[in-house]
Design a protein around this ligand. Structure first.
Ligand code: ADP
Length: 90
């Protein structure tokens, strides 16, 4: 699809964070924003779907030498700096 647009992919960034940290973030969002889908069973299901359907894609990008993993734990500003660093290193 990108090829049709004459665009090449420089990097694919995978932001990693363990399930407990992600669950805690979403439960906090539930408190703040009251999102009905931020309940523990729904979060667990979303993480399962990610693991089975989306995470396997990383092997595709890794095989092409495009994958960079960024640690998603820490303050938003720290994670942002890591992502910017990963993009700039390409
Ligand atoms: N580094 C972080 N530290 C703490 N909370 C975070 C961090 N990154 C994102 N969040 C919070 O986690 C929640 C989900 O993040 P978001 O990226 O919006 O997820 P979604 O993929 O559901 O859109 C949001 O409330 C966001 O503010």
């Amino acid at each position: 699809m990108l090829g049709d647009l004459g665009v090449t992919l420089d990097v694919a960034i995978e932001i990693t964070a363990d399930a407990d940290a992600v669950t805690a973030r979403l439960l906090k969002r539930a408190e703040i924003e009251g999102r009905a889908d931020d309940t523990e069973p729904v979060i667990r299901k979303r993480l399962e779907v990610y693991a089975t359907q989306t995470a396997p894609l990383t092997a595709f990008y890794e095989g092409r030498g495009l994958l960079v993993q960024v640690d998603g734990l820490g303050e938003v500003a720290e994670v942002t700096d890591r992502i910017v660093g990963a993009v700039e290193s390409r």
